[in-house]
Design a protein around this ligand. Structure first.
Ligand SMILES: [Zn+2]
Length: 409
């Protein structure tokens, strides 16, 4: 078996029942199965909480909107090749599956008058968007047509941009450390020849200078031609199991959309000023993120987002009551737990390890009698029997600390 097969997220996704791609549903439109959805849910909750503590406000907005919204944003002018064709409901009512969340978030900022006191205003959403990828390039979760993006738009005064970008880079590092993402490098993506961009040269030069300042002390390469159509960006790159590089996290500066949507705030001196719009994603889309996480962890996710965290294995039917009691207590402690009672104990231990379940709790007659449990880790280590409360506290500590290790530090 070639190394590339060993760590292909599509094979592991099938074996671990994380997601399925069904030709009847369509290429590039994977379906998340319960195990994959449980892991994704844990990651989404974590990211939302991280953002909330960092001063972000979460919104919901629809994944489609009127054609005029995307004419105004510039997407239909500059990005139409990557979009699904508009859907016509009637002669003057056409809708577009959105290729980005920015237009809706510009409307959030513009929903009422804004004061300088509200800046930076950080609007976040884990939202759906669409790309009309050609079927030849689609595969598993890494290239899809329906995308769930961890996105935010931070509206700042110009003098706030440097500190805001630096804080975003700090959040990116924190999220990547918790998830076990190992970035391959930082890139400053700037304009290149042969492509169309909005905005004037002075805007682009100023935006590029702000991003270079934010990258002071960080090693990065410059990627001409990889800028967004509206501005330069910092991209944090990852490399998949086949050595292909892609962008996971990104920070982009945009002077253009605030103009297009006529966004303004009232400054300290009473003047009406345009905010700068910073587009950012800490962990990219859930699809690309999980394609990467499945491969980099070979399916053995850190315990905090493992689909099942604890398998309870009674040695025989005599311990059914003790096993059910343990599972109830684990569930009450917030853990994702399963009881596996069918078949030989050895087979069940192997199956838990094959499914990369971080902990298996073996309950034999002696353990059941004195309220203990024997924990086996998925890497083969076996702990001495512990009182049930201590075993649950151990697993709970590891989960709460979001470490990649299976034992407390
Ligand atoms: Zn955006």
């Amino acid at each position: 078996m070639r190394e590339s097969d060993m760590i292909d997220h599509r094979r592991l996704g099938r074996e671990l029942e994380l997601f399925v791609s069904d030709p009847l549903a369509g290429a590039g439109l994977p379906i998340w199965l319960p195990a994959g959805a449980a892991a994704r849910h844990a990651v989404e909750e974590y990211v939302r909480e991280l953002e909330r503590r960092a001063g972000y406000q979460h919104v919901y907005s629809p994944p489609l909107g009127k054609r005029e919204l995307f004419e105004r944003s510039g997407h239909l002018g500059y990005f139409a090749d990557d979009m699904f064709p508009p859907m016509r409901l009637s002669a003057d009512d056409e809708f577009v599956l959105r290729p980005a969340l920015c237009p809706h978030h510009a409307l959030v900022f513009g929903a009422r008058g804004r004061s300088y006191r509200e800046l930076p205003l950080r609007v976040a959403e884990l939202g759906g968007m669409y790309r009309a990828e050609r079927s030849g390039v689609l595969g598993g979760l890494s290239r899809v047509r329906a995308i769930s993006l961890n996105d935010a738009h931070n509206f700042c005064a110009l003098e706030q941009v440097g500190a805001e970008v630096a804080e975003i880079l700090r959040l990116i590092r924190e999220a990547h450390a918790a998830l076990g993402v190992r970035p391959a490098g930082f890139r400053l993506s700037v304009r290149g020849p042969g492509q169309r961009y909005v905005g004037d040269d002075a805007q682009w030069a100023r935006a590029e200078e702000l991003l270079r300042d934010a990258l002071a002390g960080v090693e990065y390469e410059v990627a001409p031609g990889d800028a967004a159509f509206y501005g330069p960006k910092i991209d944090i790159q990852i490399v998949d199991g086949r050595g292909r590089e892609s962008t996971l996290a990104t920070v982009q500066l945009d002077f253009d959309k605030p103009e297009r949507f006529d966004l303004a705030y009232i400054d300290r001196d009473g003047a009406r000023r345009r905010p700068v719009m910073v587009h950012r994603s800490l962990v990219g889309s859930m699809e690309r993120l999980f394609a990467y996480l499945i491969e980099v962890h070979e399916g053995a996710f850190p315990a905090w987002y493992a689909p099942v965290q604890l398998a309870v294995l009674p040695v025989d039917a005599g311990q059914a009551g003790a096993a059910a009691d343990l599972a109830r207590r684990a569930e009450a402690a917030g853990l994702r737990v399963e009881i596996d009672a069918a078949g030989s104990l050895g087979g069940r231990i192997r199956d838990a390890a094959r499914r990369r379940i971080p902990y298996a709790a073996v309950v034999g007659a002696r353990e059941a009698a004195d309220g203990r449990v024997s924990l086996r880790l998925r890497d083969g280590r076996v702990l001495d029997p512990l009182p049930v409360a201590d075993a649950l506290a151990l697993v709970g500590d590891v989960v709460a600390s979001r470490t990649g290790q299976l034992l407390p530090g």
